[in-house]
Write a protein that binds this ligand. Structure first.
Ligand code: G6Q
Length: 542
């Protein structure tokens, strides 16, 4: 049995329409509708989305909106905001939107309003950050904190690192920030190599406080600190704070729960960077700028919740992703920020998109008979132009691109910004329209070289343009992608908020660790490949 999506009338209408548009070139589409550059665009909350360089017509969008309506998209959006348990397999509400709701809002979960707790934690974080940033929070030997090391992985790392890098311009420069995620000891060793323990604060960020990588790194950090303080465990209280939903485990680790910043099970790891998990971000940019970021998220939330389908940025982006994934059978989306501060944004988006929509069964547990989440990847422009853009321009695969650009640089020096923006515009233009055989010949290219220099074009892209990167704009941008991911999951009828694929890794590794450490027994019960590798590892290690 399958989900029925492909049998639905709106889907069939899209399939019929696809047959008529699949071979049309963007050159023809622009010739037929010369204004589409202005009309296939939408703007909200200071974010401009030009989606005209996609292989669509107005009819495509009309049919995609009809599909969205047939999937009750707007009801599903309301269900999320209202706190219904839309994370079906974990029976949890999904309320990252409540993390950025104003103090005056009210959101009920299991009969109680969660907004007061959200703001209580934000206030506790602000007071703490003010003390650290002002030098009043001192270490065990009364020296102010200069170094902040966030220990966490996955959702407890990628958001914080991305936000720190993205908002570095707004950060307090006398504080050093490091992020340790990998259980490979090199990550920890290199992160602390030049740090003085007496001036270092560790933030142990873990929703569950059981993740093996984070707990291993946190224990190593504690040993590193205590070896400096002659084993005096009283030092832990001044040098460790925890971000978690699990107070018992935090206390068991030895961190005073007074130094714990709480969040809740209705916040998914990859949707948690504006919860307590954002403590490192708040330490870097300060409480005021952190609240500006939350306000940016909230503006996009409100837009998503209230704007009509055809003006709704996350809905448009989400439906276009479905169009490419399921009709053109596109495998990947390249996210290409022309903003150096967003260098970790593609890595962050990889988790957001692929962990959320990498699902092969519907919410009812039936296998899907269509593709779900695309592969997301990318690098900042212009660097990528000198490496992988070759394949996007001239390869055999269709790659969808999201270009992200800002009108103003945070470092306005000379004409760098105009050169940067000229590049992003030139790339999307070349991808869409290419360079014809005649154009190449008319440049005097020898005939044998012509095919190599012809650009087929017809390669689609979105361009997202905002005035300048700021905490608020970052919030809007992240919320745009978060909600686009949700839109896709509603169409595909999958649970975007569980992550059983990640859970498996956590369990399997725990089983093998003692086998690697064991010298005595050769009784291994894995497959012959895994058994051989374990034996080989033991031998090499000796
Ligand atoms: C995110 C995932 C996953 C998670 C990490 C860390 O949505 O669940 O990436 O964030 O596995 O988990 P903890 O925060 O519990 O350590």
């Amino acid at each position: 049995m399958t989900s029925g999506l492909k049998a639905s009338q709106p889907w069939k209408d899209l399939q019929t329409h696809f047959e008529s548009i699949r071979d049309q070139h963007l050159r023809e589409l622009f010739a037929q509708d010369p204004d589409r550059g202005a009309t296939l665009a939408a703007e909200a909350v200071g974010i401009y989305l030009d989606y005209s360089k996609n292989r669509i017509s107005k009819e495509t969008m009309r049919l995609l909106f009809a599909l969205a309506e047939s999937c009750s998209l707007q009801e599903r959006i309301e269900a999320m905001f209202r706190g219904e348990k839309i994370n079906n397999t974990e029976q949890r509400a999904v309320l990252h939107t409540a993390l950025r709701a104003p103090r005056t809002a009210s959101v009920m979960v299991d009969g109680s309003d969660i907004i007061p707790q959200v703001h209580e934690v934000l206030d506790k974080m602000s007071a703490f950050c003010d003390r650290v940033r002002g030098g009043q929070w001192t270490g065990h030997s009364d020296r102010p904190i200069r170094n902040i090391v966030n220990i966490g992985i996955g959702g407890s790392d990628l958001g914080p690192v991305m936000a720190y890098e993205a908002l570095r311009h707004f950060s307090q420069r006398n504080l050093v920030f490091r992020f340790v995620s990998n259980v490979d000891a090199t990550d920890f060793a290199e992160a602390v190599a030049d740090l003085d323990p007496a001036e270092t604060l560790f933030i142990v960020a873990s929703k569950t406080f059981t993740t093996i990588e984070t707990m291993t790194n946190a224990n190593t950090a504690r040993d590193w600190l205590l070896s400096h303080f002659g084993g005096d465990t009283a030092a832990v209280a001044k040098h460790f704070v925890a971000l978690s939903t699990n107070a018992d485990k935090v206390a068991a680790f030895g961190i005073d729960t007074e130094n714990m910043f709480e969040f809740w099970d209705w916040v998914g790891g990859r949707y948690s960077m504006e919860s307590a998990i954002g403590l490192s971000t708040m330490l870097a940019i300060g409480p005021t700028a952190f609240h500006e970021m939350l306000a940016g998220f909230h503006e996009m939330d409100e837009h998503f919740r209230s704007a009509p389908l055809d003006q709704n940025l996350p809905i448009i982006m989400g439906l276009l992703a479905v169009w490419y994934a399921n009709f053109f059978q596109v495998e990947t989306t390249a996210v290409l920020p022309y903003e150096q501060y967003l260098k970790r944004f593609p890595a962050y988006l990889q988790q957001l998109t692929m962990e959320s929509n990498g699902k092969y069964v519907t919410t009812e547990g039936q296998p899907v008979d269509y593709q779900t989440g695309m592969i997301y990847w990318g690098e900042p422009g212009t660097n990528g132009q000198h490496s992988f853009y070759q394949l996007i321009h001239l390869g055999t695969r269709l790659v969808v691109c999201d270009f992200i650009a800002f009108a103003k640089s945070l470092n306005p020096i000379g004409n760098h910004q105009d050169v940067l923006i000229a590049n992003v515009l030139a790339q999307s233009e070349a991808l869409a329209f290419g360079k014809t055989d005649d154009e190449v010949r008319s440049e005097g290219t020898p005939p044998w070289l012509v095919p190599h220099r012809v650009f087929p074009g017809n390669r689609p892209s979105n361009t997202i343009l905002a005035e300048a990167l700021s905490p608020g704009v970052l919030g809007k941008l992240i919320a745009l992608y978060e909600h686009s991911v949700y839109v896709q999951s509603v169409i595909w009828n999958i649970d975007a908020f569980d992550q059983w694929g990640v859970e498996l890794g956590k369990v399997l590794a725990m089983r093998i660790v003692p086998e690697l450490e064991s010298h005595a027994s050769d009784d291994l019960y894995h497959d012959s490949s895994t058994n051989s590798l374990i034996r080989r590892y033991r031998k090499l290690r000796r």
